[in-house]
Design a protein around this ligand. Structure first.
Ligand code: COA
Length: 145
């Protein structure tokens, strides 16, 4: 969580799960849980969410990912995110998907590049505008062709 303002408490985590559940019921997609096929273990999430905070490129749908540390570096983020983009249009009607992160989060940008997203721009995230650690964010774009 070093690329986020702070780790979430248990209550904040439960609230996030509840928001994702609500988002899934309303829109048919959300940040989906990732389970390992071999063991069924829950290792994190990848998926889509509607973003409505104020910027030049919102409202939009973004793709995001967050894996527990022991699952990093095994290609799971790339595999699950690529699988999401594969069904983005056919299942959810999404023709354009954006991804955001801080300019220091090279792991996340590595996933963006590996799943074929194109670097678009830098911006300052309005929700964390007063925190110098997150001053510079990047946006990548994927389009259905
Ligand atoms: C971002 C995250 C999901 C990536 O997971 P991962 O399992 O390492 O991703 P992958 O194994 O699919 O790797 C994708 C590419 O990212 C790059 N990458 C991974 N970690 C990296 C790092 N620390 N520095 C630079 N590049 C890195 C690699 O180039 C890799 O490509 P390769 O297979 O050719 O080496 C994981 O680091 C994570 O959960 N981080 C914490 C939460 C987070 O930051 N989420 C994103 C917020 S926007």
């Amino acid at each position: 969580m070093k690329h986020f303002p702070k780790p979430l408490s248990k209550e904040e985590t439960l609230a996030l799960i509840s928001r994702l559940d609500h988002h899934f019921k309303k829109h048919g997609y959300c940040y989906f849980a990732i389970d390992l096929i071999e063991t069924g273990a829950f290792i994190g999430f990848t998926g889509f969410a509607n973003q409505t905070w104020d910027s030049d490129f919102t409202p939009c749908v973004d793709i995001g990912w967050r894996l527990k540390r022991s699952a990093w570096g095994k290609g799971y983020a790339t595999e699950s995110a690529a699988a999401c983009l594969k069904i983005a249009y056919s299942m959810f009607g999404l023709k354009e998907v954006l991804a955001f992160t801080t300019d220091t989060n090279k792991a996340s940008q590595g996933v963006m590049t590996k799943i074929g997203m194109q670097y678009e721009n830098t911006f300052q995230h309005p929700a964390i505008i007063n925190d110098p650690r997150f001053k510079h964010c990047v946006v990548y774009k994927w389009q259905y062709l």
